[in-house]
Design a protein around this ligand. Structure first.
Ligand SMILES: *Cc1c(COP(=O)(O)O)cnc(C)c1O
Length: 440
């Protein structure tokens, strides 16, 4: 069976196949066609005749490499070709330019990527677009915030970096009800960067738009910035392409090509990230120095029921919750700083969703431009650490974290305090040889 949770179309092809072939129903390739999409590194294209129609005229408008990227991104969500941009924020900004003008209003979920908050407060507000930030984990708060001028609802689930989930189906119902009263649609956009279509299909849950920083999991190799908007609304697609042509945020052919190469293995990587993160989250939650672990795959996760309902399964039937974990140390900011200074394998960076395991200190990095009071209200405390678990052997990641946590903490650690199967000794010690049969 293909993707187990695709309730809307149980016969939809598995994302592993779509990611490789770029379409839901692949056609036989013409003889001699390259297997890997070529990079068309040309700014412009010969035209047949004055005023004639041609597939491509100028690469700010469209490009054959970007066409392939866009059809693949769309196919992953059973949608028409996406609109690709040079970065995630370029995609977000184009979406907003396509939908709002001075005097309009946007309702944002309260927990968002810091750059999205900066875009709203420091770019859109001076242009006359008003924003309200609400706790989107409570759909009634979204309903209360909608005004006669609301033209867009924008949420992120899981939210960065606190991993709060928004019930996309419930917020979509709110948007439809309010739109019915106002006599026009209020589009719901979901920033699906953390999960990608492999774990979460916002359009199937009633959202109108999925927005991506392809920079993260979709490229996955930390080599290409990029963004995309996916929607099944043809009028909005046309408008987005016009905004892109008019403002110039299209993805470059080379970055588009790198992103395509990343997409080919996206479903496999997401499954592995999810497995590795679950292992690391379980280990962290057994550590005495750690005061809080947030990961949707843990039993203790506050929105467990929603996580099980909203997140998809792999074809093997395991529920996927992504590679990102957030945790707090009992020792607060000083301990967090010591941990971040002590890791060797995990890398301290402003990034997430990569093949390498990454650590971020949101308060001083991704969310440095978000006002402290707003940041703390959504749980981005000074001591919070974001861990993006990569594709290494998770035992090596855990060993590195174990070493760094011990270096960072004044608390005495006892071997008995560790969870079953992951004794501190094993974590720190040398690796024993295991036969294949017992690997995961
Ligand atoms: C990184 C990120 C963005 C912005 O993407 P860029 O490519 O860096 O502009 C937007 N949303 C989320 C959730 C992100 O993680």
């Amino acid at each position: 069976m293909s993707n187990l949770q695709n309730r809307f179309d149980p016969h939809a092809p598995d994302p592993r196949t779509v990611a490789l072939h770029g379409r839901e129903s692949p056609q036989r390739r013409p003889a001699g066609q390259p297997l890997v999409t070529p990079i068309v590194q040309s700014t412009t294209y010969a035209q047949g005749e004055v005023g004639g129609e041609c597939a491509h005229a100028y690469s700010r408008v469209s490009n054959p490499t970007i066409d392939e990227l866009e059809s693949t991104l769309g196919a992953l969500e059973s949608a028409p070709p996406a609109v690709a941009f040079s970065s995630g924020l370029a995609a977000e900004f184009a979406l907003m330019l396509a939908l709002v003008k001075a005097g309009d209003h946007i309702v944002f979920g309260g927990s968002l990527y810091g750059g999205t908050v900066r875009l709203a407060q420091q770019i859109l507000a001076p242009l006359g677009v008003e924003s309200t930030f609400v706790d989107a984990t409570r759909p009634e708060r979204v309903a209360e915030a909608i005004t006669a001028g609301t033209r867009l609802i924008f949420v992120e689930s899981p939210a960065n970096p606190t991993l709060e989930l928004t019930d996309i189906a419930a917020v979509s119902a709110v948007a439809r009800r309010a739109g019915g009263l106002l006599g026009r649609e209020i589009p719901l956009a979901v920033d699906n960067t953390f999960h990608t279509a492999v774990i979460q299909r916002p359009l199937d849950l009633g959202a109108d738009v999925s927005v991506y920083a392809t920079t993260k999991h979709i490229d996955g190799h930390s080599s290409a910035l990029g963004g995309a908007v996916v929607t099944r609304n043809e009028a909005l697609l046309t408008r987005l392409r016009f905004v892109r042509k008019a403002t110039g945020g299209i993805q470059t052919p080379f970055n588009g090509w790198l992103t395509l190469q990343g997409i080919r293995t996206l479903p496999l990587r997401i499954r592995e990230h999810s497995r590795n993160a679950l292992e690391a989250a379980r280990w962290l939650s057994g550590r005495p120095e750690v005061s809080r672990v947030i990961y949707p795959g843990l039993e203790m996760f506050g929105q467990r029921e929603l996580a099980e309902r909203q997140h998809l399964c792999s074809s093997g039937g395991e529920r996927l919750h992504g590679g990102v974990i957030a945790f707090d140390l009992k020792g607060g900011v000083p301990a967090a700083k010591r941990l971040l200074a002590s890791v060797r394998l995990c890398v301290l960076v402003e990034h997430v969703g990569a093949a390498h395991t990454l650590l971020t200190h949101p308060a001083t990095m991704t969310h440095a431009d978000v006002p402290r009071e707003q940041r703390e209200r959504v749980g981005v405390t000074d001591g919070l650490i974001r861990l993006s678990v990569g594709l290494e052997d998770p035992r090596d990641v855990i060993a590195d974290l174990g070493r760094a946590i011990e270096a960072s903490s004044a608390i005495e650690v006892t071997t008995e305090g560790s969870p079953a199967g992951l004794q501190t000794k094993q974590v720190i010690g040398t690796r024993e040889v295991r036969p294949c049969a017992v690997t995961r």
